[in-house]
Design a binder for this molecule. Structure first.
Ligand SMILES: Cc1cc2nc3c(=O)[nH]c(=O)nc-3n(C[C@H](O)[C@H](O)[C@H](O)COP(=O)(O)OP(=O)(O)OC[C@H]3O[C@@H](n4cnc5c(N)ncnc54)[C@H](O)[C@@H]3O)c2cc1C
Length: 457
């Protein structure tokens, strides 16, 4: 048995940030330099930017779930569960395992990368009736749900029910919401040809946002192009508008319109994982405050990054600017954090994180896309080639690359089968069911559990 005590590095979260960090630690640390543990509720890294393509059936769910076990080095211990609290003083992370056991995981260095959850507001009916677009289960569920609306509309003789089932509302004009509305509209547009009893004119997609512009990062001209593409495709874009209330069969907009619908998809931004609130540490708009070296000021051995941390954006050169919550930043911060953890272990100086944004790619399905790589504005096929080329090259494993490319090719050549799997048909599956936001401890509960000793019941 191995009795040598090495420094314990605990990484929380296996997303863009956590996985890049772990991979670099595995590559750079000598085997006897430290032990690495990764806490993660699932055994894959989700390639979130391609999630709308899973919802619309262009990609299979498995193709964007990158296995954590497919690594050339198997030195990281994977702890299957979610961190529900961290006591920074006692250096203990409290974990709820996937079998619902609560265990204390002591560490010497902790890397916090639990990402974000969907941001909701106090809107009546929202969490009960809206779907999110943040997990693989949600994307698979939404696909089933949208196809089932076509099936149910087709089977109904009630004109009001038909009309309601064929209206769809997406809230959030960022890239997640815009891509979701565009890709799903394409799905329903193609599917309706297989339903001869349905009038294609009844299908209506609404994309709404309280902001005055869609995806302001695109700039004036490209933003207008994106809006034009959506309008041409029949998506009703309403800006300066949000939801007043949501019900099972209708949604009321803040401009007074009442839309009969069974489908409300909510993608209006993200907030840091609720894990951050359990630390009792300083936050900036809910994200954990860190310094440019990605360490938490005043705390020994604590690093944070990705969507859950407010990382100063040094490349912007503006006082107080923080990095936007994007995969582009999270994965690069993962590498920097690993280097800084190693530097700490070796007593070397830490380096600050700096990255100049490479731009934005927005895949609207089919030949439609807008992209702004390195400030160059692209539309149509050129933009689509850049968008898909970028995502394809960013996929971490060769197997994932092969799966995604095969799916894209098959979809382009043979189209969709519009199969509704029915797996989730009897489970409630709205915003409140998927992201487990109510399973976290309060800072007091964390302290009590950490003080109670390792793995106390
Ligand atoms: C639909 C959609 C489209 C997007 N498109 C783009 C895009 O085109 N370009 C771009 O740059 N960005 C895009 N983003 C944003 C990007 O995906 C995020 O910024 C990025 O995933 C953040 O990385 P992260 O590692 O911080 O978090 P994540 O990648 O979300 O990873 C967090 C991980 O932590 C795990 N976790 C959560 N809570 C706990 C816990 N308590 N304990 C342990 N583990 C936990 C989660 O299961 C997850 O595996 C998109 C996001 C969405 C939702």
């Amino acid at each position: 048995m191995d009795t040598v005590t090495r420094p314990r590095i605990l990484v929380v979260g296996a997303g863009f940030a956590g996985v890049e960090c772990v991979r670099r630690l595995e590559r750079k640390l000598a085997p006897d330099e430290a032990d690495v543990t990764l806490v993660t509720p699932v055994s894959y890294q989700l390639y979130l930017p391609l999630l709308p393509q899973v919802a619309s059936g262009v990609l299979t769910p498995q193709s964007i779930a990158l296995s954590l076990r497919r690594s050339r080095r198997y030195r990281t211990r994977i702890l299957p569960g979610g961190a529900i609290g961290v006591d920074l003083k006692a250096k203990v992370c409290v974990v709820r395992t996937i079998t619902d056991k609560i265990v204390n995981e002591p560490y010497d260095y902790i890397v916090l990368a639990p990402g974000s959850v969907t941001r909701t507001f106090d809107i009546p009916g929202l969490t009960e009736h809206a779907f999110g677009m943040k997990t693989l289960a949600e994307a698979a569920y939404i696909r089933d749900h949208v196809i089932s609306q076509l099936d149910l509309a087709d089977a109904s003789d009630d004109p009001a029910e038909r009309a309601a089932r064929l209206q769809f509302v997406v809230v959030g004009g960022g890239y997640a919401g815009t891509e979701t509305a565009a890709c799903l509209q394409r799905l329903t547009h193609a599917a309706v040809r297989r339903y001869p009893r349905l009038d294609p004119g009844l299908i209506r997609w609404h994309l709404i946002d309280i902001a005055p512009k869609l995806m302001p990062e695109l700039g004036e001209k490209l933003g207008r192009s994106a809006q034009e593409i959506l309008r041409r495709r029949g998506i009703d874009v309403s800006l300066g508008v949000s939801i007043e209330k949501a019900g099972a069969e209708e949604v009321t907009f803040t401009d007074g319109r009442v839309v009969p619908t069974h489908t409300l998809i909510w993608t209006a931004g993200v907030v840091a994982s609720p894990l951050i609130a359990t630390l009792g540490a300083e936050t900036v708009r809910g994200r954990l405050a860190v310094d440019p070296e990605l360490t938490v000021p005043g705390q020994d051995g604590v690093f944070a990054l990705g969507d859950s941390a407010a990382v100063p954006d040094l490349a912007k050169g503006q006082e107080g600017a923080i990095c936007p919550p994007t995969a582009q930043h999270a994965s690069r911060q993962g590498k920097r954090v690993a280097e800084n953890v190693i530097a700490t272990l070796r007593g070397e100086p830490l380096q600050p994180y700096r990255h100049k944004d490479l731009g934005l790619v927005v895949d609207l399905g089919g030949k439609d896309a807008v992209s702004k790589p390195l400030g160059i504005e692209l539309r149509g096929m050129a933009a689509q080639a850049v968008a898909r080329g970028y995502h394809w090259s960013a996929l971490r494993t060769g197997v994932a690359k092969a799966r995604v490319m095969t799916n894209w090719t098959l979809n382009a050549l043979a189209g969709d089968d519009f199969v509704r799997t029915g797996f989730q048909a009897r489970k409630p599956a709205r915003l409140k069911d998927f992201e487990f936001t109510d399973s976290y401890l309060t800072p007091e509960q964390v302290r009590a559990r950490a003080e109670g000793g390792v793995n106390s019941p």
